[in-house]
Design a protein around this ligand. Sequence first.
Ligand SMILES: [Ca+2]
Ligand SMILES: [Ca+2]
Ligand SMILES: [Ca+2]
Length: 432
Amino acid sequence: MLRRSRVGAPLRTVLHVLVTLVVCALAATPALAVRPDDPRLADVWAFDGDAPMGIDSAWDQTVGGDVVVAILDTGIDLTHPDLRDNLWTNPGEIPGNGRDDDGNGYVDDVHGADVVSGDGVPQDDNGHGTHVAGIIAARGGNGIGTAGVAWRARIMPVKVLDGGAGGDTGGVARGVDYAISKGARIINLSLAGNQRSPVLDDALQRAQDAGILVVAAAGNQHRDLAILPSWPAASPLDNVVSVAATTVEGLLASISSFGSPVDLAAPGDLILSTALGGDYEWRTGTSMASPMVAGVATLVASVAPTADWRTLRDAVVGGARRTVLPIGGGTLDAAGALRRVIPADRWRAPGAAAPAPTTTGARTTPTATASATQERDRQAKALAAATADAKAEATHELRRSRLQARSARLARSSRGARSRALLPGVVPVRAA
Ligand SMILES: [Ca+2]
Ligand SMILES: [Ca+2]
Ligand SMILES: [Ca+2]
């Protein structure tokens, strides 16, 4: 007894010191790595250090947490190795039992829904939504491909556009309601139409009432939205943030719409992201700029768990860089956005968060970046030329089979198709 007590006391002291040391070490070591090791991350110019959009400093603070971001698009490639681990899961649905367990009208909608076909499988048959999803939340730090802006966030794919990347505002409105009902905090709309739609207006109002921020592409018609608006980019609702696209030089992309209704500009020219079949590809458009902003809003939401669209909007718009571009607001700055919600004494300084930089490629000077981009541009164009014929053939074939299927559907139910086309307040939209 006495002997055990004599030995036990110093042991307890040693253990106490060890535990204290471990606790102190844990407290001093931030939980997150700064820069993920994904091999193709160096090919995403928007994430090349802090210069394009402040991403490195942002990743020192957060990488997205469990925030749910809804992507209303052509669906996503549900088996893509760089997306599947970040998929949102519907807690109310038992997978694969052929039943609509949560009674929302979609059977087995385990990872999102297809509101075009009315089923629970938002599989992408176009590629647009898969690319957009990768920009927001391709899985970072998994040793494959790229990383998204918020690379540990939760993706909720909602298919509102068909295989030809077209749709109507009735479908988009159903997608918005799905996202509201399933707890998304941010909705990305990389789509636009030329006509305003009361049906979509009402849905966006419901999103505002639910506290959701909606990020919308300005459109690719290179026009002044103050004169010729596109929708929902020009929506007067304050929870709708519209986004123009910029190039690596910080200029407005030649296709991008602009004007005072546009709230932000973000990288949208030759962006590398996820593609169908587990692949990667470069795309250009305001469709690529919108998810950059949605991703940053997701980062903000992850450090402000109770914030609604007001705080998220204030962060992305108020934290933007001043610009001379012809838009209503500034250019996207992920670090600037986070500084609006993280107090200065809790801001992690560069380099303080990780023992050593994990950058896979050397940092490039602006000149080197420009020439690297020209090279990438050349490569992308060469690739595009080489595959254009095959794609045209495939598109033709797809269009033909789709037309046949459509004719068959119309023949089966002409009354249903006609009544859908005549729904009041519904107008066409397209991927942007
Ligand atoms: Ca269901
Ligand atoms: Ca089920
Ligand atoms: Ca990855």
